[in-house]
Design a protein around this ligand. Structure first.
Ligand SMILES: Cc1cc2nc3c(=O)[nH]c(=O)nc-3n(C[C@H](O)[C@H](O)[C@H](O)COP(=O)(O)OP(=O)(O)OC[C@H]3O[C@@H](n4cnc5c(N)ncnc54)[C@H](O)[C@@H]3O)c2cc1C
Length: 395
């Protein structure tokens, strides 16, 4: 039997779940399929212990679609971005305060597993959204009037819009033969959470040396102690060695690498390792299909851009889809989604990749230029404010 839905979302990562919630909240009949069982506890095997900083526009959207009330209690505001450069002899530290550009923090940091749990709570409130786990999309056939989705349990679904949220190795992108450009950096990111002896005061600190940034992002207290999420980017060989350092040695290494900004650091979660790549699909659309999230773009984890970009994708897609008239030309609509979103993603990838290369620098001229650039950027108020606005996705 063929079932009918308005929208099918292939992939129940955070991008897929946000899309399911947004389209459900707008009144569409939605099915989201995901191969993995639901993970809504931090002790479960395979849990994603990373955190994500939701910048102002993303938080605003999550509030509008009814998700934020389920995660607010797990969030920590990011009021100040502190950038410290210890690459040259003289330490340069500059603060970028969100109050310079608005009365809101830059964003709010939330654990990925807590966001998934919050999204599932919101989806439970929406009778028109169905999530099927332990199911894979096995094939797709499209024509001008519908997309037909074939699932691993033998079901077939006919829908008006297929959203491909099946991640960086997307089968749907391959099915449509959409080329994808990928850049690999010889770098890895180590992601974990710590407690520290000094409060973070809602300051997110990025410490640059060589090899890549070491970033502390505020979290709510952990068992009564101030806590932060950490992303440590460095050459692949260095990160692999640190991943297996005994805990005591690791605590000493991270405290030293952080420049003691929050006092002594103590590891309180597992450590996970992530490759640093950038990736961009040539198009974000195909017949009756929209590509969102990491299916469309992967950005190195600097400046909290990746998932924030994905939420921007969903925002535009739903605006276009909700306002379409009955006879609207879907091909044009999807092209009106793809072109601007791809241009924005390309801009973010270029900017973040350039920052990453600067932050990896180990040549003294580049290190001096980096340090001087930071001071100049901070000194010129209009430039500083523009960069901050761009960083949070507000123009
Ligand atoms: C260390 C690190 C820190 C980060 N920090 C931030 C941050 O602070 N802010 C920010 O904005 N971004 C951040 N990012 C980026 C962000 O984590 C990613 O953009 C996001 O997790 C990707 O979500 P996604 O849903 O697009 O993809 P995924 O999480 O990969 O989801 C894809 C889903 O599709 C499913 N799937 C695969 N194949 C199929 C199939 N055939 N059928 C159905 N389903 C399928 C998979 O099981 C998976 O669940 C960070 C990234 C890293 C590595």
């Amino acid at each position: 039997m063929i079932e009918t839905k308005d929208v099918v979302i292939s992939g129940g990562g955070i991008a897929g779940l946000v899309a399911a919630t947004a389209f459900g909240d707008a009144g569409f009949d939605v099915l989201c399929v995901e191969p993995n069982p639901p993970i809504a506890e931090n002790s479960a095997k395979g849990v994603d212990l990373r955190t994500t900083a939701y910048l102002q526009p993303a938080q605003d959207f999550l509030e509008k679609i009814g998700v934020w009330k389920h995660v607010k209690m797990h969030s920590a505001p990011l009021q100040i971005m502190r950038v410290s450069d210890v690459g040259v002899e003289k330490l340069v530290t500059k603060d970028f305060n969100a109050k310079d550009i608005s009365d809101q923090p830059f964003g709010w940091n939330v654990g990925n597993w807590q966001m998934r749990a919050g999204l599932m709570m919101r989806i439970d409130e929406l009778p028109n959204v169905e999530i099927r786990t332990q199911i894979t999309t096995t094939a797709v056939r499209t024509r001008s009037t519908e997309a037909r989705i074939y699932l691993s349990d033998g079901h077939q679904i006919s829908c008006k819009l297929l959203i491909a949220a099946d991640g960086r190795d997307s089968e749907i992108r391959k099915h449509f033969k959409i080329p994808m450009r990928r850049t690999e950096f010889d770098q890895l990111a180590l992601s974990f959470a710590v407690t520290h002896t000094q409060p973070h005061e809602n300051i997110s600190t990025e410490v640059h040396k060589i090899g890549g940034p070491f970033t502390l992002v505020p979290l709510p207290d952990h068992e009564g102690s101030p806590s932060s999420a950490v992303i440590w980017m460095d050459k692949a060989t260095e990160i692999r060695a640190r991943h297996i350092l005994p805990i005591e040695d690791f605590n000493a290494a991270i405290t030293e690498r952080s420049g003691h900004v929050n006092g002594n650091l103590k590891l309180v979660t597992a450590r996970s390792v992530w490759p640093i790549i950038s990736q961009l699909s040539d198009r974000f659309d195909a017949e009756r299909t929209a590509l969102i999230g990491e299916t469309a773009h992967v950005v190195p984890p600097i400046g909290a851009q990746g998932l924030n970009l994905s939420i921007g994708d969903i925002k535009l897609l739903i605006n276009l889809w909700s306002t379409k008239t009955k006879n609207h030309d879907t091909t044009t609509l999807l092209s009106n989604y793809s072109k601007p979103r791809r241009a924005i993603a390309l801009g973010r990838i270029l900017a973040v990749s350039a920052l990453n290369r600067l932050s990896m620098a180990d040549n003294s001229l580049l290190l001096q230029a980096r340090s001087a650039g930071l001071s100049t950027l901070h000194q010129i108020a209009p430039l500083r404010k523009n960069v901050m606005r761009l960083g949070v996705g507000r123009r």
